[in-house]
Design a protein around this ligand. Structure first.
Ligand SMILES: [Zn+2]
Length: 384
């Protein structure tokens, strides 16, 4: 099958140029889930674009009968961030215009309406069929989104981060599954983030690690999408009805920033391919399934180490290394100039047994700057 290719206007620039998004849309013969996959929301996180390229190539080898529903693929979804540079470095995590993290700006229905609105919706639909509830709630979300968008336009125009988020979320708000492809800004492992109780969905990617987002720190693309649905499930729970909507959202972290790591890309493609088959979006595939058990953690398990003083990082462990409590993690070479002392080294030791899952890209650190992060050696998250 071949994708429909749509070019969507994004933002007009002072230079007279126009930024656009390219949407590759595969449509199956029979209706089903809409799976929305985007890459490169943060400017330095490139690997997802290569994953999307492989997915396009793989899907092209399948017949339309093998796809139930639709798959939308949006590479390079944040051109402003992708093109941002500081010397050789891609620094596009924050919008230089207003300082905002590009992945903490998204519209979230749950925070746009008073809390009682979702509870009242649940009460009004207490005995309705789950499919009807899902359709009605989706309609609510879409209507509120369009209302808020219009209201902002009538009040002197919306700022850049609102225009950007609105145009991106327009493509994804009616999806059933949303997959946002990121990587570390530094050098990281491959894993999947998920929210709420979507453990079994996260396990379907077959990646080594899954991290449940248990500390909310802003409106990330996946969280803004899934939170209203989790809130509705919680509202029904208070009414004594336990239900799970067939709506889910994930962020895949694919290795290192500013790099196309072939192993991370292969795991990303393999993971999404496995997810699409497990969730019955694809009845056929182009890869041989690789089965890996997933270890579950929560995001608050991440123990980040920050430099105790300024210096140059050396003898550092690498991502994927295992460490025991008390073992050296790294050494700081300190060339302090505030006292007449010789250069000296400071050793930093692990506070717990763990797995090095992310390391800073810059070996020069000021006091308090990030050096590396550990996960506990034993999984701590809820097991599906
Ligand atoms: Zn990111």
């Amino acid at each position: 099958m071949e994708p429909e290719i749509q070019t969507v206007p994004l933002l007009d620039l002072a230079s007279g140029d126009r930024l656009t998004l390219q949407v590759y849309r595969f449509v199956g013969q029979s209706p089903g889930r809409k799976v929305y996959i985007q890459a490169n929301l943060h400017g330095a996180e490139l690997a997802g674009n290569a994953v999307i390229h492989h997915l396009i190539q793989g899907l092209q080898t399948l017949e339309a009968g093998a796809l139930q529903g639709e798959i939308w693929l949006v590479p390079l979804c944040n051109p402003l961030a992708v093109n941002q540079r500081s010397h050789h470095f891609s620094s596009g995590r924050y919008n230089p215009y207003d300082g905002r993290d590009w992945n903490r700006i998204f519209w979230d229905y749950e925070t746009q309406v008073p809390p009682e609105v979702i509870q009242q919706f649940a009460q009004a639909h207490q005995s309705a069929a789950i499919a009807d509830i899902q359709t009605a709630y989706r309609h609510r979300i879409q209507t509120q989104f369009q209302q808020d968008r219009k209201a902002a336009e009538q009040q002197g125009g919306a700022p850049i981060h609102h225009r950007y988020r609105n145009r991106l979320q327009c493509l994804a708000l009616d999806a059933d599954t949303l997959i946002d492809l990121h990587s570390s800004t530094n050098q990281g492992l491959v894993y999947v983030y998920y929210s709420g109780d979507r453990h079994s969905g996260a396990a379907q990617f077959g990646l080594d690690l899954a991290l449940q987002l248990d500390q909310y720190d802003g409106d990330a693309f996946d969280e803004a999408f899934i939170k209203p649905w989790l809130a509705l499930e919680a509202a029904f729970e208070t009414l004594g009805r336990s239900l799970r909507f067939a709506v889910d959202a994930y962020t895949l972290e694919l290795g290192s920033g500013m790099a196309l790591d072939p192993e991370a890309i292969a795991q990303g493609v393999q993971g999404i391919h496995a997810y699409l088959q497990h969730s019955r979006v694809l009845s056929d595939g182009w890869l041989t399934p690789a089965t890996r058990p997933t270890r579950f953690y929560t995001s608050s398990d991440i123990q980040r180490y920050y430099a105790p003083t300024g210096g140059l990082v050396r003898s550092r462990l690498q991502r994927g290394d295992r460490v025991t409590q008390g073992q050296p993690l790294y050494q700081l070479l300190c060339l302090a100039k505030h006292t007449p002392a010789l250069p000296h080294c400071v050793d930093v030791h692990a506070l717990q047994d763990g797995l090095v899952f992310d390391v800073g890209i810059n070996h020069a650190v000021n006091e308090g700057e990030y050096v590396l992060a550990l996960l506990p050696s034993q999984p701590t998250g809820p097991q599906p």
